[in-house]
Design a protein around this ligand. Sequence first.
Ligand SMILES: Cc1cc2nc3c(=O)[nH]c(=O)nc-3n(C[C@H](O)[C@H](O)[C@H](O)COP(=O)(O)OP(=O)(O)OC[C@H]3O[C@@H](n4cnc5c(N)ncnc54)[C@H](O)[C@@H]3O)c2cc1C
Length: 254
Amino acid sequence: MGLQRHTTARVRHELRRRVLTVSSTELLTPRMLRFGFTSPDLHDFASASHDDHVKLFFPAVGGDADGRESCMRDFTPRRFDRSQGTLIIDFALHESGPATHWATSAQIGDTLEIGGPRGSTVVPDDFDWYLLIGDETALPAIGRRVEELRADVPVTTFVLMEADEILDFRTKATWTPRWIARNGSPDDASLLRTVLADYALPNGEGFVWIAAEVSVARSVRNYIIEDLGHPRQWTKAAGYWKRGHADAHEKIED
Ligand SMILES: Cc1cc2nc3c(=O)[nH]c(=O)nc-3n(C[C@H](O)[C@H](O)[C@H](O)COP(=O)(O)OP(=O)(O)OC[C@H]3O[C@@H](n4cnc5c(N)ncnc54)[C@H](O)[C@@H]3O)c2cc1C
């Protein structure tokens, strides 16, 4: 297929802060809250890859009144509609933290400042198949990828959920979803490795994308590369949060 195949592109964006206004809210599942944002600042917003992130600026829980203790968290631009000027961001709700606190109390008309994306790493849509693995925090990026992939390309998703929290994505790709209910199990890594043990990687050249809690993403990446023998250059893993640590994330590499 020539030398250009599977070439990852790096795109830089001018780093800008934007002030957005909440224009809609929708509870997609009991633990996934979708926000629509509008703003004139979005006229030149750009997000080239499904796993881009924007920084959201929140008042710190317990911070002082003059805003000095604001803090940032990373979120996925789930969908951007330039013609409507709307940006969608999905929040996976959990027990605590400034982002979760903000999401559970925000109302239509509230404002939120964002920064970025600073850049995108674009994995081309020229692989024979895709495997996307993650937990609820990865679901926005997974959903966006499934929706954006080319027609008929096989894509399988393994997503951890508490229970009964499945979502539907509109796609022209050939999408095979696997929803994995925790049903009280605290061990995401074991759950994912168990279902992956029953899964045969398709033939051809595929790309595997993983995002979850740091130790879970690392464990699944090791399994994909070491046990299943998938090429590491066609595997990308990221820790989207770290148990017991606020605002923690990691790129997982060797
Ligand atoms: C590139 C990237 C993209 C991301 N995109 C999204 C996205 O689109 N939607 C989304 O919901 N999240 C996304 N995340 C994850 C999100 O940034 C973290 O979950 C973040 O910690 C949430 O901030 P918080 O203020 O709610 O909690 P923090 O203040 O950061 O953490 C408070 C406590 O909660 C724990 N915690 C954090 N997240 C979770 C969780 N999901 N489940 C259980 N415990 C948790 C922490 O370990 C800590 O003990 C993304 C992360 C990255 C790196």
